[in-house]
Design a protein around this ligand. Structure first.
Ligand code: SF4
Ligand code: SF4
Ligand code: SF4
Ligand code: FES
Length: 563
């Protein structure tokens, strides 16, 4: 341990702790625009400048050493902080009222905290990049922190971004859609400002609910419920699901369903696909296909390995296909009138919904995708009083779910849900303990071996594209020991999706994961094949997993992007 003095208070911290963290331990949080709790020190913005033994230094870049004296609020330290902020603000567009990050922007907050009122503003305006359906890049607002570059290039290993003369840009300055970008939105999650944001489509939703001819239906993805509470200023996971349903009805949704229903259905289809491949010598390892950022990644970087993917569509797209066929037929509704909106933790889902092949219902299966952040903004306009709101049930046929579907939102959840069902199908025995703890947790790679009536099945879970790349390199080299692999694009799984509340730090993601497993543990049904509405759809419509109708509506093919 080392002992230092911060503003006259002594604090002991482990060796190797930065002055910034030591100051926080002493109760003095320092401003920062480039350093992020989960990323490497950047030392770019200089707004964390303090006096260390009488000299001005950035607190994020210096380690605490015994006997050090730090002043965070001396006149010189304060002036240095303000000067650094002003330097950024002089060239930053004063566009807050038009900005997706208004009221959740690190720069805006610091400008107010340090009472900066007198900046002469000469922004260098550059065109916005609106080339993808998922994200909008506004380089004029970039503070040059380089958080996005580390996220894209080092953690996701996509390398759609590069740095030229200290300035981040897309590779070769191309529109984002022409780069290898997979639209995961992880750059938007770490950006301190509105320089990369989700493509907001709130106006399209408002136009749909204003149209009396449209039946506006929605599905909520499993990772959304735990995180939406954060957008509303509540504790992670604390918004009751049925109040959430009631809240969505106040926004104008005519029917509220759950993506959990098709998550359970995915397990039936994907589990049977795995068993078929194991029995018939099909391509192994089989890899899950729920995560559209991951699909974009394999289609771009490993186009000769696409046979390893399960042919299942994602739960979002299965739902889209079923609401305009099965539900419309059973309810006697004209499918052309259905406007299907997904509420997702994910920016890549906006791209997935727009893929031309996602029209097996005869219409575009999903019409609009709103992220958790966008639905949070809508709730702020709509303003339901959550205390007084009476809970409301999901609509039937596509609304029932089990705990197995709930855990789809966390890394390892799809694998665990599949194992709960596959075990019972193969062995014919009841699975007493449904908790597969070895595939849970935040770490990038997890593995397990499961005994299925004498057959040892090796499984692995990868979250983040950096981990997925390692798995794919092994498969390509022919050295992969696994039969079944879950890949999720975003670190932590969908609870850390690019459309989730900001901040989405590892600490926040761990809280969301805990809330997901707590919900699963409290549900009466925890195995997908026990979902009564899934049983019913096979009886009344699909007839059998991997059958003709399933192939038509629930399965797809993947294509090399040629990028
Ligand atoms: S990025 Fe922040 S400071 Fe800049 S316009 Fe948007 S809200 Fe305002
Ligand atoms: S969306 Fe993902 S892949 Fe695209 S630039 Fe951002 S981090 Fe990179
Ligand atoms: S786009 Fe955002 S995250 Fe990337 S360097 Fe600019 S301000 Fe930082
Ligand atoms: S936070 Fe220290 S230089 Fe940016």
């Amino acid at each position: 341990m080392v002992s230092i003095t911060v503003n006259g208070f002594e604090v002991a911290v482990p060796e190797g702790t930065t002055v910034m963290k030591a100051c926080a331990a002493a109760g003095f949080d320092l401003p920062s625009l480039c350093t992020h709790p989960d990323l490497k020190v950047k030392d770019n913005c200089k707004v964390c400048t303090v006096e260390i033994n009488g000299e001005l230094k950035t607190a994020c870049s210096v380690d605490a050493v015994n006997g050090m004296t730090v002043k965070t609020f001396s006149p010189a330290a304060l002036k240095a902080k303000i000067d650094s902020l002003k330097k950024i603000l002089q060239v930053h567009p004063q566009d807050c009222l038009n900005c997706a990050r208004n009221q959740n922007c690190e720069l805006q907050t610091l400008a107010e905290t340090f009472i900066i009122r007198d900046v002469v503003n000469k922004p260098f305006l550059q065109p916005k990049d609106t080339s993808t359906p998922s994200l909008v890049r506004d380089p004029s607002k970039c503070t040059l922190c380089l958080r996005c570059v580390e996220m894209c290039n080092d953690i996701q290993t996509v390398a759609a971004l590069e740095v030229v003369n200290g300035i981040p840009r897309t590779v070769d300055g191309l529109p984002l859609i022409q780069t290898k970008c997979v639209m995961c939105g992880q750059c938007a999650l770490v950006c301190p400002v509105g320089a990369i944001v989700e493509n907001e489509q709130i106006d399209e939703f408002l136009a749909a609910v204003a149209d009396p001819d449209k039946i506006v239906v929605t599905q909520i993805a499993p990772a959304v419920r735990v995180a939406i509470a954060e957008e509303l200023g509540m504790k992670t996971g604390s918004l009751d699901m049925l109040k959430f349903v009631a809240g969505l009805r106040t926004l104008g949704f005519d029917r509220v369903f759950h993506t959990n229903f098709t998550a359970d259905l995915t397990i039936l289809e994907e589990g049977n696909e795995l068993l078929k491949r194991l029995k018939t010598g099909g391509t192994l390892p089989m890899i899950t296909s729920c995560s559209p950022g991951w699909i974009n990644f394999i289609e771009t970087f490993f186009p000769d390995q696409l046979d390893h993917l399960s042919t299942c569509k994602s739960p979002q797209q299965m739902f889209g296909a079923l609401v305009k066929t099965y539900w419309a037929e059973k309810m006697g509704v004209d499918p052309s009138k259905i406007y299907s909106v997904s509420i997702m933790p994910c920016t890549a889902k906006k791209f997935e919904a727009s893929r031309p092949e996602m029209n097996s219902s005869g219409y575009q299966d999903v019409d609009l995708v709103l992220t958790t952040r966008e639905i949070g903004k809508l709730f702020k306009i709509g303003g339901p009083d959550w205390e007084q709101l009476e809970p409301s049930q999901f609509d039937s046929l596509l609304g029932a779910y089990t705990g197995a579907a709930v855990i789809f939102g966390a890394s390892g959840g799809v694998m665990e849900a599949a194992l709960r069902t596959v075990y019972e199908v193969v062995t014919g025995n009841k699975l007493e303990d449904v908790n597969f703890n070895m595939v849970r947790g935040f770490q990038g790679m997890k593995e397990a071996e499961v005994d299925l009536a004498g057959t040892k099945v090796k499984v692995a879970v990868a979250n983040s594209l950096g981990s997925a790349r390692k798995i794919m390199d092994e498969i390509k080299a022919g050295t992969s020991p696994y039969h079944f692999i879950e890949v999720m694009c975003c670190p932590g799984g969908c609870i850390g999706g690019g459309g989730q509340p900001i901040p989405s730090t590892i600490a926040k993601k761990v809280e969301r994961i805990d809330a997901i497993y707590e919900e699963d543990a409290g549900l009466p049904l925890r195995k997908s094949h026990e979902n009564p509405e899934v049983v019913k759809i096979y009886e009344d419509f699909l007839h059998e997993p991997l059958g003709h109708k399933s192939h038509e509506l629930l399965h797809t093919h993947y294509h090399p992007t040629g990028k």
